[in-house]
Design a protein around this ligand. Sequence first.
Ligand code: NAP
Length: 435
Amino acid sequence: MRHIAIIGSGPAGYYTAEAAQKQWGDEVKVDVFDMLPVPYGLIRTGVAPDHQSIKGVSKRYEGTALSDNVRFVGNVHIGSDVTVPELQGLYDAVVLATGAPNDRPLDIPGSDLANVFGSAAFVGWYNGHPQFAGLAPDLSGHTAVVIGMGNVALDVARILSKTEGEFTGSDIVGHALYALMASKIRRVVIVGRRGPHQIMMTPKELGELGHLARAAPRVDPADLPELGDDALLEPGLRKSVTHIRSFAAIPESHFADVEVEVEFDFFAAPHALTGDGAVEAIELERTAVQAGRAIGTGEFYTVPASLVVSCIGYQTSPIPDVPFDERAGKFANDEGRILPGLYCVGWARRGPSGTIGTNRPDGFSVVEKIVADIGAGTGKRGRAGFDELAAARSLDVVTFRDWKKIEAQEESRARVGAPREKFVDVGEMIRARED
Ligand code: NAP
């Protein structure tokens, strides 16, 4: 028998559990830990609430979670409730699938002003992550600035632009929906330090921006590269750039009926945020792209900004006793192996890139490393040992059966047309298990 502990119940965690099952069948027991009482990590609190088809992948993880040799161990914080060395003493392999939940810092003057948020916080707010549910962004101003040209920036710009009707069928949490419906934001400026050929936005997600009920994208045709240069791009990026070109072709007359403009400001590097207590403006430096790099031109200008959301990537949280690569913001590892018996997968291994599906091969590849390291098992006690520790420390472990009760409660209190109304408070989640 092999005993595997996986820390984190998001896509990387459950794909690794699935890979372990495929590898060893009945000869493995897998415990999937999460610090929240609810599973699925990024699927629940990262993927946009209006992208329910992507969230549907959690049904696959449920299949893994409900099998006999995999169990969910929720409401346990690794690092404080139990340490990684303690888990290493109990399990043949410990796999860190903790994602990258922290924002890369926006290192410019004024980033500590009120109403400046990182995307982890802002996305966590509208997705009901307990850590960020109380964020209460002020949406009473006119212009929001979204920094970064990746898919997270697109999610944030779209969520700020939609009508109430466009949220039908989504699981956006009530507090965010009501705040957004009262929002006075009428201009969303997406700021990118490079040009249309360097965006990280993918075509499907970018295309959505062209089909919003009350909002429309605005691109300055002067920012477009030579049409012929698109042929040199890889196909996905070429499609994205084709969307950017179609946005640039929207006639000025169209904007007469548009309530929210989503403006792309290319070649613009954030220089400083200014305001009296709360943010009021962003100072940007015009850039030129040379050999793929943004170079400042010395030309500065100011855009009013009553809300700033920085969507410039994420970092993994360090865990005591685990080697960490500070520069890369992830665990120090060699293709998933931190050291024999301790591994990492997903964003905790490779940084915040790729789609949900990228985590599947990641999970299978880390299991290959575990196979090479632990063979038939190292005789450790596994879950029996953990259960003793949890009892001795009076840990209030939430099981998958408990989660199903919480889920049923969330479904029963959903708004009309919504799949669920999430609990946004850990205490509420735990109480829902008792009902
Ligand atoms: P991302 O794709 O890496 O984009 C980050 C953006 O931030 C880039 O445009 C980058 O510009 C910019 N940036 C970084 N540092 C900056 C700085 N100091 N100043 C100004 N701009 C800066 O990251 P992401 O949007 O957070 O997405 C993370 C991953 O999740 C991606 O793989 C993404 O595709 C995925 N995701 C997918 C979906 C979906 O499929 N629907 C939704 C959300 C997220 P440079 O390129 O110039 O560095």
